[in-house]
Design a protein around this ligand. Structure first.
Ligand code: FAD
Length: 517
């Protein structure tokens, strides 16, 4: 095993991304895979879907798709690939819901594991002193929400969109508007069951096999496949006050966001977004929100301006209605938003957490969901957010009105620093997410080339002027770039890879380590 005999430095594991797309199978793996005794099955035909993802730009056809019915199906498959050794060049990628952006859940000419087929363990809520739900790694977060609500409970930390799998978000981090208080999803896990790149099934937690536990959380699928997770739960509120307001001034907007995340009594969810030259923003919100001052709101003009929207939510139960209204008023009175732009809504927890699904259905109906998504996610330190905003929203994106741009601060002191999630080296940093859709035959602001060029300008500005900025859901084409992304963590990252996936079989679509041959 080549990698096991290597010292963990980048020369021994160096990676030329151009070598990835065509790892030829030099052994008759297909007939042999067919003979593996499984509870589930392999598919060798009709597998084109596994060569696609939400990003819509990378298409690597696998050699086979495994539909596992049991953990041992996955373990046997990986053991088999591991035994084939380096000669086969075969890789294995877990595919959650395929919502990656740059082929991260694809396995060029390898085996893709369709994690949603794994229905074990059956989802079970444990309602004790520290309640948790025990779920399969292929479970969708939306299903977890519905199941846990039956017990009056729910996970505490969410992504903005719930039709993603547990294994998929835990491999990245799972960051959303509750993370300033609870940390990302990876910080809300009690225990995992993981299958390593050697096919071993290992249970791990902060106390048991802790190295593997912390490596897998935010580990980009490099160290093992998550087959099971115990996710921490808290009491679920019934209702949510959902509020938006606009700002002209970025420094006032960010000052208010930072004030809110540092307050002890505050909102339960805090995000924000940037609107550049959008027409009739308040009018468009009217289907879901009521303006607090309808007359003034109707006079407000948003076109031709850069406006910052603070979005917050407060959870409550119906009997607390009065107290909550008082708290909302108190919190809002401390903020410097444009008074006429305040809009509010009251919805159920499911309506609030599953809000992006509504947009998904509308876009799907118009054929606008399955289009390329050249998204860019950055983590920007608080100290630099003003410089970042000035250049990016003031200069680079002046005529861009395509897709949401999220921006909200996060509080690192609440996060677990033992995982491989890379964040700026500052207590408070901002998530800035550019989420455009590219229209296939469009020109102008919606064309793929134009958006990609804009992303490059933003990245290039950051690398020259703000090197402290880090990518989230990162994508690089050379190992040197990955090494620089991980910085001082790189050496340990490589050591863990040698330990848990020495043949670099797992998650080849991340393009971090080449399959050894
Ligand atoms: P996939 O894309 O299928 O897989 C992602 C990676 O994880 C791949 O490398 C894959 O091999 C690996 N993987 C998948 N399953 C497992 C497993 N069981 N064990 C080990 N590795 C595995 N992210 C946020 O943090 N916050 C957000 O608010 C947010 N909102 C989003 C909204 C939309 C509309 C979309 C499309 C994405 C959003 N994301 C967000 C990004 C999302 O978290 C990632 O794209 C995530 O990877 C998607 O999960 P998935 O189940 O589709 O994983």
């Amino acid at each position: 095993v080549l990698l096991l005999s290597c010292t963990p430095d980048s020369t021994n594991l160096s990676y030329d991304s151009s070598s990835q797309e065509s790892s030829p199978l030099s052994v008759p793996s297909k007939p042999l895979l067919r003979t593996l005794p499984l509870d589930g099955h392999f598919n060798f035909e009709d597998i084109q879907y596994a060569a696609k993802d939400f990003g819509g730009r990378y298409h690597n056809l696998p050699f086979a798709v495994l539909h596992p019915k049991s953990v041992s199906d996955i373990s046997s498959t990986i053991k088999y690939v591991f035994k084939l050794g380096s000669a086969s060049g075969l890789t294995v990628a877990a595919r959650g819901h395929g919502h990656s952006l740059q082929g991260q859940s694809q396995a060029p000419n390898g085996v893709v594991i369709h994690m949603e087929s794994l229905r074990q363990p059956k989802m079970r809520v444990h309602n004790g002193g520290s309640p948790y739900v025990d779920v399969s790694g292929g479970e969708l977060w939306i299903n977890i929400l519905h199941e846990t609500l039956k017990y009056g409970l729910a996970p505490k930390s969410w992504t903005d969109y719930l039709h993603l799998t547990v294994g998929g978000t835990l491999s990245n981090a799972g960051i959303g508007g509750q993370a300033f208080r609870h940390g990302p999803q990876i910080d809300n896990i009690y225990e995992l069951e993981v299958i390593t790149g050697k096919g071993e099934v290992i249970t791990c937690s902060g106390k048991q096999n802790a190295d593997l536990f912390h490596a897998v959380l935010g580990g980009l699928g490099q160290f093992g496949i998550i087959t099971r997770a115990k996710i921490s739960l808290g009491p679920a509120p019934e209702r949510v006050k959902w509020i938006r307001m606009l700002y002209h001034d970025f420094s006032m907007f960010s000052r208010d966001q930072e004030h809110l995340i540092s307050r002890k009594i505050t909102f339960d969810y805090i995000e924000g977004f940037v609107n550049i030259n959008k027409t009739g923003i308040l009018h468009k919100w009217r289907s879901s929100f009521t303006p607090s001052d309808p007359l003034q709101a109707s006079l407000f003009k948003s076109e031709g301006k850069v406006l910052y929207c603070l979005e917050v939510a407060l959870y409550f139960n119906p009997h607390e209605s009065n107290v909550i209204s008082k708290r909302v008023n108190e919190l809002l009175s401390e903020l410097g938003y444009i008074r006429s732009t305040l809009v509010m809504s009251e919805v159920s927890l499911v309506e609030f957490l599953d809000r992006v699904h509504l947009s998904e259905m509308k876009l799907r109906a118009k054929g606008l969901w399955d289009v390329p998504h050249p998204w860019l996610n950055l983590l920007v330190p608080k100290r630099k957010i003003g410089d970042f905003a000035k250049e990016v929203f003031g200069n680079i994106l002046t005529d861009n009105s395509n897709g949401p741009i999220l921006i909200y601060p996060l509080n690192k002191s609440k996060w677990n620093n033992k995982t491989f999630l890379v964040t700026p080296d500052e207590d408070i940093f901002y998530m800035v997410a550019f989420l455009p859709s590219a229209m296939p035959s469009a020109s102008g602001t919606e064309s793929l080339e134009r958006i990609l060029a804009q992303n490059e300008r933003i990245k290039s500005f950051c690398s020259t002027m703000l090197p402290e900025v880090k990518q989230y859901l990162s994508h690089y084409s050379t190992q040197e770039e990955w090494q620089s992304h991980f910085g001082p963590q790189w050496e340990v990252f490589v050591q863990r890879k040698l330990e848990y996936d020495p043949l670099a079989i797992l998650a080849p679509g991340q393009r971090i380590f080449p399959r050894t041959s």
